[in-house]
Design a protein around this ligand. Sequence first.
Ligand SMILES: [Zn+2]
Ligand SMILES: [Zn+2]
Length: 238
Amino acid sequence: MLTQWWQKNRQRLIAHYCQHCGLPIEKRDVSASYIWLLCRRCQDSLQVPRCRCCGLACQRVVDYCGQCLTLPPLWRHLYCVGDYTPPLSHYVQRLKFNHQLHQADILAQMLAQQITPDVDAITFVPLHWRRQLWRGFNQSELIAKALAKRLGLPCVTLFKRTRATKAQLGMSRKQRQQNLTNAFELIEINHYSSLAIVDDVVTTGSTVQQLCKLLLDAGAKSVDIYCICRTPEPHSER
Ligand SMILES: [Zn+2]
Ligand SMILES: [Zn+2]
């Protein structure tokens, strides 16, 4: 009985404060907030106009930015929550480096609100087995599973990272391609026509581009990218 009373009145009795700016979250915003974590202003600050194709920030929302028109990526749409900046980067870091696994569901909730799902299944960027053993989990897999549950889609394991690759930051486009050549393989036959690949942070886009190629070569018709953060690398050649 007490439990029922608590469930009913919890929302009214507990004040919620934004985890980023510390200001109270207004009651009318509570239901729309990310599990009552961020106030409306901080949520809105994550939203900037982006290119619907590559996901990079633009002056206004466009279907294709200049870069996508001249050098289109292999994927169809990229959906993201925001740039790799606070408060979003903190949630990703807590998941990856502080083992706060429940952050995966919070991030999936944020991402689900951005997506118009138009795929048959969800898959994810693999980690090399040594990295996964060291970390204990694959953050992209956790986000993908939580997201698939929210969107009511199957989550399938399709890729394997066959060798450890160097960090891509600062590499030219050609160096990145060489770094990732034969770094991934399909470990399952894909039966789905359209898929989404989940990654935690997309910076150069080279990794998801390689995975798209594997899926398209294996007969998939279209691939979307679902990521938490989409951010250009510093001193990018783009
Ligand atoms: Zn706030
Ligand atoms: Zn673009």
